[in-house]
Design a protein around this ligand. Structure first.
Ligand SMILES: *Cc1c(COP(=O)(O)O)cnc(C)c1O
Length: 493
């Protein structure tokens, strides 16, 4: 399997090179030349453990890894760092199923891919005889940072630098990043929003002079953002796993289609579901749920992507994004794998902040809608009252959008909600939704005990750590100064 760039179709590289590079030099994203089909029958796959299934899916994409290499990456990732041997259980909640993707170390779905990415990257470096130290540069809307820091902390021959918007993440997310004490970790707050951080990181990647300077000092950049193919592919696994679990439990029949609802920001998680569908997983609709930053909803309605709008800070901060990077991979598919067309549109995005896709670029696989802040709070409260199940704010966006989809379409296809974070990670917003008068005056960290009291959900180890540990990263900067911070962190003059 070779990979090419969404902006330059003449590129051909192996999976391990694509993982190492992260982003193509032309600014495009790496994509497999074709999406492979899953060939083993589901009857054979349904009894596999998460790790075994992960191997069956990932080997189709990472075919320049030996069986031993890939299996070792997988077992290094999906082990007791997760608090359930199922890794990602699917539960029945009322009229739908919930796929819980937050049983990893930082209690959000980013762990599903970021627990394996460091292993994939270190193996890729060995395979390609890369001698440079890898510098992971990451912009985060909150959860990627924590998960990437956890994944890369103390990984040999790597440094990781995380940039987050100073007032754009939850208190718990922020503290989780700032307590990382491994020597190779660097955490930096910037004055600006997530898009400023992400654009800044992309500019650093494309800065030739800086790249040269790094090379001279024995370093090279790579990315842990969801633009890295090494993050996208591991995310495909759990859509198959959820389907197969429901099949095994007799909840669905073989061949029966499911809808998946995905709370979306950078379009990485839902793109993985789309890849799963293309690989042969029976999926009816991919329901793309946005918060008030509803640029994707508008895109599916009008075929125009327009980021020229106010950036809204919501209580689902990991979805506060106006430039959904991974959408470029979908655009490329819809354009019939044309890098020329993709280039043209992405250029428009850069220059005008918007583009419109052609009428014949069909987005029928998707349904998009959004939830307001008030609707999110109501959904958390009602779901708790009715089902005794506590949703985090991101998952609540998805549940609310599913309710809208259902009343609009009457579609009776069984539906799985991708649940992307534990309510313990967003205590403030979750408990304000339950009863703002009662919980409003209690601080974010003490609310942990209140969540325990009302829900009886086990308090995750991650939360204990956040409460206990001291903050050790204090750098705050502006987007213009990001380059200086990088050089300083790497001790380059
Ligand atoms: C990152 C994140 C999302 C958005 O996922 P994308 O892949 O960026 O679309 C949703 N919810 C949570 C909790 C997240 O951390």
């Amino acid at each position: 399997m070779k990979y090419t760039s969404t902006r330059d179709n003449s590129i051909r590289i192996n999976a391990s090179e694509a993982i190492l590079k992260g982003l193509s030099v032309d600014g495009g994203l790496f994509v497999p030349l074709e999406i492979p089909k899953i060939e083993k029958p589901f009857s054979e796959l349904k009894d596999l453990s998460y790790k075994e299934l992960a191997y069956e899916v990932m080997k189709l994409y990472f075919d320049d890894f030996s069986e031993e290499e890939l299996k070792s990456c997988i077992s290094g990732a999906y082990d007791e760092k997760f608090d359930t041997p199922l890794i990602a259980p699917t539960k029945k909640v009322g009229n739908k199923y919930v796929l819980e993707l937050w049983h990893g170390k930082t209690i959000a779905f980013k762990d599903m891919a970021l627990s394996i990415l460091p292993h994939l990257m270190v193996t890729s470096a060995k395979k390609n005889n890369a001698k440079n130290k890898i510098v992971i540069l990451t912009a985060t809307s909150g959860d990627t940072g924590g998960a990437a820091l956890a994944g890369f902390s103390n990984v040999e021959n790597t440094e990781i630098i995380v940039f987050y918007p100073k007032d754009g993440v939850s208190r718990i997310q922020e503290k989780q990043m700032r307590i990382q004490d491994a020597k190779n970790t660097h955490v930096v707050a910037i004055h600006g929003n997530f898009d400023d951080a992400q654009t800044g990181v992309k500019d650093l990647f494309n800065n030739e002079e800086l790249n040269k300077k790094l090379l001279e000092n024995g370093y090279q950049f790579s990315s842990a953002n969801s633009i890295n193919i090494g993050r996208l592919v591991p995310q495909i696994v759990y859509y198959f796993y959820s389907y197969l679990n429901l099949l095994k439990d007799g909840e669905i029949k073989e061949g029966e289609k499911l809808n998946f609802v995905v709370p979306t920001g950078n379009f990485g998680n839902i793109l993985a579901a789309y890849y799963a569908k293309e690989m042969g997983l029976p999926i009816n609709k991919l329901i793309c749920a946005s918060n008030e930053n509803k640029v994707l909803f508008d895109f599916f309605e009008t075929k125009e992507y327009d980021r020229n709008r106010e950036f809204i800070l919501t209580n689902s901060p990991s979805m506060d994004i106006l430039i959904s990077s991974n959408l470029e991979r979908l655009i490329y598919r819809l354009a019939g794998n044309s890098s020329e067309k993709t280039n043209q549109l992405m250029n428009k995005l850069k220059v005008d902040g918007k583009y419109k896709i052609d009428e014949d670029m069909k987005t029928d696989d998707f349904y998009g809608n959004f939830a307001t802040e008030e609707e999110v709070a109501n959904t958390i409260r009602k779901t708790f009252e009715k089902e005794n199940y506590l949703l985090d704010t991101h998952t609540a966006v998805a549940v609310n959008v599913y309710d809208k989809y259902l009343s609009k379409t009457g579609d009776e296809t069984k539906t799985v909600i991708a649940s992307t974070a534990s309510p313990y990670k967003f205590t403030r917003s979750v408990m304000d939704a339950i009863d703002s008068e009662k919980y409003g005056k209690i601080d974010d960290f003490s609310l942990v005990d209140k969540i325990y009291e009302i829900s009886n959900m086990t308090i995750p180890a991650a939360i204990d750590e956040i409460k206990r540990k001291e903050v050790c990263h204090n750098t705050v900067t502006t987007p213009e100064k990001m380059q200086d911070v990088v050089l300083c962190a790497l001790n380059i003059k």
